[in-house]
Design a protein around this ligand. Structure first.
Ligand SMILES: CC[C@H](C)C(=O)C(=O)O
Ligand SMILES: [Mg+2]
Length: 577
């Protein structure tokens, strides 16, 4: 058994299990039904984001039981614990959305504190929603313990009029309804059928994007994210993940042996080739920073730029996560990337083998329906690209999957809004013109605070049939289901005095996703002149509490909006591991 090779004298858990001074601690363990063998084994924290807030996380409790079976099979002692989630689909379109990105830090912090406080030796993390996936992976890298990640799985698609539908259709239906192109009764039918099961939103939105990342980066077993959440066949991956973490303990393979510059590049590839969520441009730098790796928004975008887009998923394309699973899932996509030399094969994974060896064992091939071959992609460059220019010196990001080449170039006058609510009201009332660039500012990580996703506004534009007739830029961000020429993460944000803060109605803005440009037709001197009269950042609307604290601490978008400095190669990471 792998655990026979574990040097127990080095495991963090000995601080709570060994010696006369730990008799009180052991009393608690006996109180929970553990016996002396279980107390003496390696302790594995099984962290889930289970709660009843949303379908994304509702199955995690069941799946955690499978993980615990795996840990026990391999002679470990699993201890399940939970942390929070904020679910974007429900937080969307109102003040609640400010809690979303901040919840990523809360998840990483609470998992970290639980692990530290109880001296667990290793971690299996289960997560099912936008911020819980990166938050959980950040905790793994931050603690640098042996770690395995497992996604909770996606939702099943709804079915209406012979077509698959997701919650994206419901968000967009709001715009259609507002425009008078959908009746109350039609909207009600759609909202009842769009989400027929547990699981995270069905397209290649943020949760599914980060699930693909979890496999490509090596923290999750290959194919473990594929089966939809309600499928009990997922449980075999739960058991295998529990066994895998015990093997990592035995081999002393830690999260930072897995998450490296190269594995982050593999992860960025899968985001681009699947037309994934722009949020990856925030989460990959954040995960990197936890490992002390400098991999910022422009590094991510550079990988995006020369990655072909060849997996046909919503919102840019046709299919949902269940279709990707049935076509062979992430392993087949990675195999295609490998054919083009776009995968670093020597990256360590959660099995203790490198990703090249793992891919050698995969039999599936591209079906040229959901997964095209890399040699015959949908487009030659990535489904997500970076932009820079005098309006975004620290960069910006846009999803272009599904947009034609002509649609990727746009010049128009700015219509400036100071917050999302103002923009949404104007869109609802059709107080904007075709050809304009809608600017929504003061929505960055510190300025919002919380860098809200603006799906309600972008979906309303799409629903009004105006998605291709206007462009939108913001220092906030978008949901994975946003489509249209919507540029987010414009940095520096307005609250940090970025040029977006200086825009006025009518300024001519150019967005060019082909050349990677985001600029305003103002000279440096004109911008400097406006800066002299700039009123400065808005005061945060929170006077205390978690969001006030978040606004004080959060760093720049370019670096992933972290609330701490990130690892700097320090020696003391976790206990004395
Ligand atoms: C449907 C979109 C989802 C709720 C989301 O927030 C994301 O994918 O980012
Ligand atoms: Mg989201």
């Amino acid at each position: 058994m792998p655990s026979n090779r574990v040097d127990k004298s080095k495991l963090p858990s000995r601080h709570v299990t060994e010696g006369p001074s730990r008799a009180p601690h052991r009393s608690y363990f006996y109180a929970m039904g553990l016996d002396e063998h279980e107390i003496a084994q390696p302790w594995v924290g099984v962290a889930t984001c289970w709660n009843e807030a949303a379908p994304c996380n509702i199955t995690l409790n069941r799946q955690a039981q499978a993980v615990k079976v795996g840990v026990k099979n391999a002679k470990g002692t699993p201890r399940e614990f939970t942390t929070i989630t904020v679910t974007d689909g429900i937080a969307m379109g109102h003040e609640g959305m400010r809690s979303s990105l901040a919840s990523r830090e809360a998840i990483a912090d609470t998992v970290e504190l639980t692990m530290r406080g109880h001296c667990y030796d290793a971690l299996v993390g289960l997560a099912g929603c936008d911020k819980s996936l990166p938050g959980m992976m950040m905790a793994m890298v931050r603690l640098n313990v042996p770690s395995v990640f497992i996604y909770g799985g996606s939702i099943l698609p709804g079915r209406l009029n012979g077509q698959d539908v997701t919650v994206q259709d419901v968000f967009e239906a709001v715009g259609k309804h507002q425009a008078g192109n959908m009746t109350d009764a039609e909207l009600e039918i759609l909202e009842r059928v769009a989400c027929p099961s547990a699981g995270a939103c069905g397209g290649q939105f943020t949760a599914n994007t980060m699930a693909c990342v979890s496999e490509a980066i090596g923290l999750a077993l290959l194919n473990s994210s594929g089966a939809p959440a309600p499928y009990e066949s997922r449980d075999q991956y739960g058991v295998a993940s529990g066994e895998a973490v015990m093997n990592l303990i035995a081999k002393n393979i830690r999260a930072r042996d897995i998450v490296t510059r190269k594995s982050l590049e593999n992860a960025a590839r899968i985001v681009a080739c699947t037309g994934g969520s722009t949020n990856a441009g925030l989460h990959l730098p954040a995960i990197a920073a936890e490992a002390g790796i400098d991999f910022d928004l422009s590094d991510v975008c550079e990988i995006f730029r020369d990655t072909p887009y060849f997996v046909d998923l919503k919102p840019g394309g046709k299919y949902v996560a269940k279709d990707l699973y049935e076509a062979g899932g992430v392993p087949v996509v990675l195999k295609e990337l490998r054919k083009a030399g776009l995968i670093h094969e020597d990256c360590m994974t959660a099995t203790g083998r490198v990703i090249g060896e793992e891919l050698d064992m995969i039999k599936g091939e591209a079906d040229n329906r959901v997964i095209y071959s890399v040699a015959n992609p949908i487009t030659k460059t990535g489904g997500v690209v970076g932009l820079k220019g005098n309006l975004a010196p620290e960069g910006a990001i846009v999803k272009v999957a599904g947009m034609s080449e002509e649609e990727q170039i746009f010049t128009g006058p700015a219509r400036v809004f100071e917050c999302e609510e103002d923009a949404f009201e104007a869109v609802k009332a059709r107080q904007y013109e075709e050809g304009e660039v809608i600017v929504i500012r003061n929505e960055g990580p510190a300025g919002g605070p919380g860098m809200r996703e603006m799906l309600s506004t972008t979906a309303a534009l799409s629903g009004q049939g105006m998605g291709k007739k206007v462009a939108l830029i913001t220092d906030g961000r978008f949901s994975g289901a946003t489509r249209g020429f919507c540029v987010g993460h414009v940095g520096p944000e307005a609250a940090q005095g970025g040029p977006i803060a200086l825009l006025k109605d009518g300024d001519m803005i150019t967005l060019n996703a082909r050349t990677g440009e985001l600029s305003v037709a103002l000279t440096d001197a004109e911008l400097a002149e406006r800066r002299k009269t700039w009123a400065g950042p808005r005061e945060t609307i929170y006077a205390s509490g978690a969001l006030w604290k978040y606004a004080q601490l959060v760093g720049s978008t370019r670096l992933g909006a972290l609330t701490h400095p990130g690892a700097k190669g320090e020696k003391h990471i976790y206990m004395d591991l």
